[in-house]
Design a protein around this ligand. Structure first.
Ligand code: 56B
Length: 341
């Protein structure tokens, strides 16, 4: 088997050989035009990460970086069998579901005096303590609690051994290169190694590692330790929400056979051919949307608020999916239960 392809190389190769998932050029252009209208706005800039999300840290200090690290270490698999019956966490007078239920639970723990962002705590936290910290207000617990406990112990121990217990030390070993940080993370922390194979090639998506680099860039506001010279080489994050919103917006299409399978709620296992095609084509689709958007902004001489990269497009589309949950009800997301996204 050849060497491991980067996420971008993987996505291109998958898109060129996909049988059940297709990128629609007209849809790509329509999404680029939707984003063009936002190009100079407050959403498509690094500051949106804090401005639009009350649960994200407002600070840009070491504690905030370690909040990002523990949250992104657990940032996977929030979907429930039925949307009416799911894990919910109440915090600050609001109720949160999905990814935000995790952030609410972390913040609730910190308010309760539990040092949830400290590696020396979660390296030895017990399963019962994790159940308490991530407890749901409904009778549906957060999925994969045992795996979350195992990963917290594993990751906390490594952070203590290799980086004196702080992710900021890991960031500072990456010479302000997003790519170096990405590879340092996947080399150091096993649960971040989101790799598969497709048509005889070893492919990578590195979804949680890429979003960790992106959220680190965001929490540090792109400045100081977070001023990554190559941040634009990070691609979108291949989760289960972006494919859903790209299909909804007409940029991505599924074969009848795959659509029928997803509408029935059938599970796809991690690394299954169709699961890899969904993730790879979504990633490549966002790269094409970005290329088209940059072309449009140049043509129109549109002012943008700094360089528009795939991270900002991803964040925008993910938030868009959140805000259009009702409208998207008819579009299925693919159900894969795993620790990688
Ligand atoms: N592609 C992409 N996937 C993302 C995110 C985020 C959170 N980032 C936010 C935080 C700060 C930024 O401003 C972002 O707004 C979570 N996920 C993934 O979604 C899934 C959960 O979905 P639901 O069940 O609906 O909550 C799950 O796989 C989770 O890993 C993102 O940004 N992009």
């Amino acid at each position: 088997m050849d060497g491991l392809l980067t996420p971008r190389e993987s996505a291109k190769f998958i898109a060129e050989n996909s049988r059940d998932v297709f990128i629609d050029g007209g849809g790509v252009r329509r999404v680029a035009e939707l984003l063009l209208a936002k190009a100079a706005g407050p959403e498509l800039r690094v500051g949106a990460w804090k401005a639009f999300h009350e649960l994200n840290p407002k600070a840009a200090d070491e504690a905030a970086v370690n909040w990002v690290f523990v949250t992104d270490t657990l940032n996977f698999s929030f979907w429930s069998e039925s949307d009416e019956h799911k894990c919910l966490v109440g915090y600050g007078g609001k109720t949160y579901s999905g990814y935000w239920s995790l952030c609410a639970a972390v913040n609730r723990a910190l308010d309760e005096g539990i040092p949830m962002t400290s590696a020396s705590y979660y390296a030895t936290v017990t399963l019962d303590e994790v159940r308490h910290i991530l407890r749901s207000d409904t009778d549906v617990p957060m999925p994969l609690i045992e795996e979350r406990h195992r990963i917290l112990n594993e990751t906390g121990k490594i952070l203590l051994e290799k980086f004196e217990g702080s992710f900021l030390n890991c960031v500072r070993k990456s010479d302000k290169s997003a790519q170096k940080l990405l590879h340092l993370v996947v080399e150091s922390f096993p649960s971040y190694r989101d790799v598969s194979q497709f048509e005889g090639k070893r492919i990578s998506f590195y979804k949680r590692a890429q979003i960790l680099v992106a959220d680190t860039w965001s929490v540090l506001e792109g400045k100081g330790d977070g001023c990554f010279k190559d941040i634009s080489r990070i691609t979108m994050f291949a989760d289960y929400r972006l494919p859903q919103v790209l299909v909804y917006l007409g940029a991505l299409k599924y074969s009848d056979e795959l659509l029928e399978k997803l509408l029935k709620g059938e599970m796809l296992s991690y690394g299954n051919r169709q699961e890899v095609e969904i993730r790879g084509c979504s990633l490549w689709c966002v790269e094409l949307i970005r290329d088209c958007l940059l072309e449009l902004t140049e043509k129109k001489g549109e002012k943008t608020s700094g360089e528009i990269n795939s991270i900002l497009l991803d964040y925008f589309l993910w938030d868009y999916a959140r805000d259009h949950r009702e409208d998207m009800k008819g579009i299925p997301f693919h159900r894969t239960r795993c620790i990688y996204y």
